[in-house]
Design a protein. Structure first.
Length: 297
């Protein structure tokens, strides 16, 4: 995990700062920003709202660390093994079918992103809609310093953060995807053009930044942008779902894990699970208006 670097949201106009649990907020007027973050040029903005005590992780390193820790505690992790179906017996979960054979289990947690809805369609209806998001990495020529924050730009559907090697990652550009299976895993030219036009407008010395690489992926969204972590009443007994994280799965992993642990019979989570309950939705329809959390509005 990288050290906390702070998070800055650029703003077009200042209003009363919203309350935020878990860390203080600071308002940085345009003229104050260069002293703290000299690479920023906020002449086109009123300034920035800084969220203190924040940071970011490298998702790959995080996932590998969790895998190794789980295996050290006796878990078996099977990669490149497709789970083809859920087995039930008399209204209870009995296990899963995989391409490598059957696995017996009295409880099954399905946390398969946008595929969770399709995988469980015969057992329970879930209001999950696929959406596609993209990333691009830029080499600024001169490495970003250790104090460079992560942040977002209002209304532009992007966020940004430094890479450990001093490059800049710009992500977002998230829109509903009607063909998730056929969606390209490469970033779009339109996204690269958007990044190329946008970044030099608020960062100095980026007009000749070099494109390093990019990619795209599909995730699952819910109507209210909050995940579903629940043991659905209308599903088979022993089934737990954890899906619809709206791109924030890594960030909410500790909370989701505590909720899942309670749902599979472990200690109670130190918070109410009602926030993530499936029955909070009046409709289970998959046809809802997608809201992008990367818009930064």
């Amino acid at each position: 995990m990288d050290d906390a670097v702070g998070e800055a949201g650029l703003v077009d106009q200042f209003e009363e700062l919203p309350r935020r649990e878990g860390g203080p907020l600071a308002r940085l007027e345009d003229e104050r920003v260069p002293g703290r973050h000299p690479r920023f040029d906020l002449s086109a903005f009123a300034g920035a709202v800084r969220h203190e005590e924040t940071g970011f992780v490298d998702p790959y390193t995080f996932a590998v660390t969790l895998k190794e820790d789980a295996e050290a505690r006796g878990a078996t992790v099977s990669t490149d093994t497709e789970v083809t179906g859920l087995r039930t017996d008399g209204g209870r979960v009995a296990g899963v079918e995989t391409e490598a054979g059957s696995v017996d289990a009295p409880r099954v947690v399905v946390a398969a992103g946008w595929r969770t809805e399709r995988f469980l369609r015969e057992q329970v209806r879930l209001p999950i809609r696929p959406y596609r998001t993209q990333c691009a990495v830029l080499d600024p020529g001169r490495e970003l310093d250790a104090e460079f924050p992560m942040g977002w730009v209002p209304g532009e559907h992007v966020y940004f953060r430094p890479e450990p090697n001093g490059d800049l990652l710009v992500g977002g550009w998230s829109f509903a995807e009607d063909d998730p299976e056929g969606a390209s895993e490469r970033e779009d030219e339109a996204f690269r053009d958007h990044v190329a036009d946008l970044v030099p407008g608020f960062l100095r010395d980026f007009d000749r930044a070099r494109f390093v690489n990019g990619w795209a992926g599909v995730d699952g969204a819910t109507p209210d942008t909050r995940p579903i972590v629940d043991a659905p009443d209308d599903g088979p007994e022993g089934l737990v779902v954890a899906t619809g994280f709206h791109g924030r799965g890594v960030m909410t992993a500790p909370v989701a894990a505590s909720a899942v642990r309670e749902l599979v019979g472990g200690p109670a989570a130190p918070f109410s699970l009602s926030t993530f309950a499936l029955d909070r939705f009046d409709s289970r329809s998959r046809d809802f208006e997608f809201s992008s959390i990367s818009a930064g509005d």
